[in-house]
Ligand binder design. Structure first.
Ligand SMILES: [Zn+2]
Length: 112
């Protein structure tokens, strides 16, 4: 589970194959701007990291706010954004935990 990493170029190729009427230039511009917003730590209105690929189409929002789903299953994300997420230590998102884990997490916090 989680995002499937993809490069901007690869994603553009895939996306244009499925949406031949879209302009490559526009798409690239929107992806680059969403990625640079992501790198500037711009967050979704709910406080989560934005989903770069979805934000290119729907405006800066996180995966959950755009799709209504809690966890990505076979959705793409730009690989440099994924790397950045993984490098950030100690900031694991509660959204990515399963409910039993969240329960355990809060139990541990209570005991401290
Ligand atoms: Zn959100």
């Amino acid at each position: 589970m989680g995002f499937i990493p993809i490069s901007i170029n690869e994603y553009i190729k895939t996306h244009l194959k499925n949406n031949p009427s879209e302009s490559e230039k526009e798409l690239r511009k929107r992806l680059n701007s969403a990625l640079s917003d992501y790198n500037k730590e711009i967050k979704c209105s709910c406080g989560n990291d934005i989903w770069v690929i979805g934000s290119a189409a729907a405006g800066n929002s996180c995966f959950t706010c755009i799709t209504g789903e809690r966890i990505p299953t076979d959705d793409y994300e730009i690989e440099s954004a994924i790397k950045k997420r993984e490098n950030r230590k100690g900031h694991r998102h509660i959204d990515e935990m399963d409910p039993s884990e969240i329960h355990g997490f809060f139990m541990t916090m209570d005991m401290k």
